[in-house]
Ligand binder design. Sequence first.
Ligand SMILES: C[N+](C)(C)CCCC(=O)O
Ligand SMILES: O=C(O)CCC(=O)C(=O)O
Ligand SMILES: [Fe+2]
Length: 421
Amino acid sequence: MLSALVIRNLRNASKLASVAGPNSDRIVNIKWSDGKTGEFPLIWLRDTSPDAATYTISPAMTARNLTMLEFDVEQKAKKLWIDESGDSLKIEWESGILSTFPSEWLQIRNPSDQEARKRRRKVYLFPEETWGKEEIERKLKRFSHEEFMKNDRVVHDFLEAVCIDGIAVLKGAPKGVKGAVEDIGERTGMIKRTHFGMVFEVSTKADASNMAYASNGGLPFHTDFPSLSHPPQLQMLHMLQSAEEGGNSLFVDGFHVAEQLRVENPEVFRILTTQSMEYIEEGYDVHEINGKTVRFDYDMCARHKVIRLNDEGKVNKIQFGNAMRSWFYDCEPREVQNVYRAMKTFTEHCYQPRNVLKFRLEDGDTVLWANQRLLHTRDGFKNAPGKSRTLTGCYFDWDIVKSRVRFLRDKLSLEQNQPSA
Ligand SMILES: C[N+](C)(C)CCCC(=O)O
Ligand SMILES: O=C(O)CCC(=O)C(=O)O
Ligand SMILES: [Fe+2]
């Protein structure tokens, strides 16, 4: 939707000076009075025309009315001109439709402006930098739980920090009171349910369904659920009862470790980005769903590369968990030794002091992080008599979290808000 901010900026947009074309490539050339220029494909102008015949824009929906089956991709303009005030480009199409493109509308979307394209790419909320210990200790963002619960701006800033830094902290929820995870979940969007329930509890339990529940020992660095083909993209933990000693939280930026390996150990990087690992998770978990205690049996199996690259060769996913790693290596037997060497080197990098963020969650603190980027763990702990270390937690997926960030940018007319249509 057009936010108040865009409307405000519209009044400040520089004037349109001239329009020429379309040329033989069906490009319309535009000049602004400040000297800026723009190349706009004619068919794109027809397709994105901000008028009610082209788009349905209501509070409940933003959607294109045109169908590709009926859309004439060769259609022509009858007439193109800049209105007298210089505020907008007008196009009258062969079909009779009249389009009006305000100057600011064209500036924001200018396809030949690299800055405009760069600005648009920020809408995906991808991280721009990875971190080591020093960087994250300097920039880790912490917010008040109470403020998060009542102030939308804090929800925005907290979730934005998680998108960019991969981790952020909420401090000081009422101590020892259950429900903080559910409350934060509601402010964030939709909790992602797993075979451990909507909200899980981490404490030492009999018949433990997971290593985190099995003892008060430390755990190895891992991402949660390499056993799933689509592991949750974010994880949250809230401290209900901290240990008397130990039980610290440790995090490492797996994207950072991967970039280190790319430079410092290319052979290990090659193996981890090409050889997939299989993970299994077989057992059952007993938890409550809608007030009923249920036993959920599972036999999960999935395979991933420890480091996944996107089409441009950028690191975009990390999956590793030694407890669930299976026995199967889909490669020649003589290659297996080097696969183990690679996993070992990767793990050693995760533990290097230059990479590790370590802090203690106090009672009432919550941490939310990117589960397909950061590896996490805890160190061993000792409980005070009668006080068993207990956390609650849940998972989210990026679409929901990022949707909330964009929604709040629009609702609060923040500078980072971007148009949908
Ligand atoms: C924390 N818990 C038990 C809900 C899930 C752990 C998933 C994993 O160990 O990969
Ligand atoms: O006990 C902890 O602090 C974390 C345990 C863990 O790895 C998890 O809950 O996923
Ligand atoms: Fe975990």
